[in-house]
Design a protein around this ligand. Sequence first.
Ligand code: SAM
Ligand code: 2KA
Ligand code: SF4
Ligand code: MG
Length: 217
Amino acid sequence: MKTYSVKEAYVTLQGEGAQTGRAAVFLRFAGCNLWSGLERDRESAVCKFCDTDFVGTDGENGGKFKGAEALADHVVSVWREKTRESVSKGYVVCTGGEPLLQLDEPAINALHARGFEVGIETNGTLPAPSSLDWVCVSPKANSDVVQLSGNELKLVYPQTEAEAQPERFAALQFEHFFLQPKDDNRQAENIAAAADYCMKHPKWRLSLQTHKLIGLP
Ligand SMILES: C[S@@+](CC[C@H](N)C(=O)[O-])C[C@H]1O[C@@H](n2cnc3c(N)ncnc32)[C@H](O)[C@@H]1O
Ligand SMILES: Nc1nc2[nH]cc(C(=O)O)c2c(=O)[nH]1
Ligand code: SF4
Ligand SMILES: [Mg+2]
């Protein structure tokens, strides 16, 4: 039976993109294919600006889960701990790390069977199962994006590489196109640059990481 490694799982409000403000279980899988997660490897990683600790299984409600049923039961218990609505109205956002290294059809089916809608945050380097209810792809420079359709494309901005410019993605099959200012030591300039791009190219909308503004995880 497959074991799923989960860094943490908690109820918060989706802070980013078109589902901003919606209560969800954030199910953060351990591990990523574009960075080891160790600070000593950051500068040599493909993805250098990650704002997330996805190493290990030691976070809030983290752990190793044997099989899709155990994983989905755990998500139910996290949802019930916080939320006054039944699981049949539940929403789970699978993230990481890179969730598609682990999230598979049996896990999605088990979450659906318990009544959850299932969303994903992915870097797009692995194909997303078509049974997902919401697919957010966030392409990274120097990676091969294979998931070229979905609900929203959310590009961290700016990325200097030519291949990671918004123009490269604007014709792909997504309902929503977002620029999300890169959270680093140039945050103010990054927000201004993203806002300016969205004004000049109205196909794109600004995605602020609103959870960070109000102190939510
Ligand atoms: C931590 S990632 C996990 C999911 C997946 N690995 C991915 O990159 O899409 C979740 C979201 O945070 C975004 N993100 C990561 N670091 C960021 C940063 N420093 N500033 C803004 N957004 C960031 C990612 O681009 C992605 O949309
Ligand atoms: N509140 C909140 N919203 C988010 N949207 C995407 C996130 C992620 O790290 O995948 C994230 C996150 O970490 N927290
Ligand atoms: S791909 Fe996603 S999880 Fe992996 S290092 Fe980049 S932002 Fe972080
Ligand atoms: Mg995050």
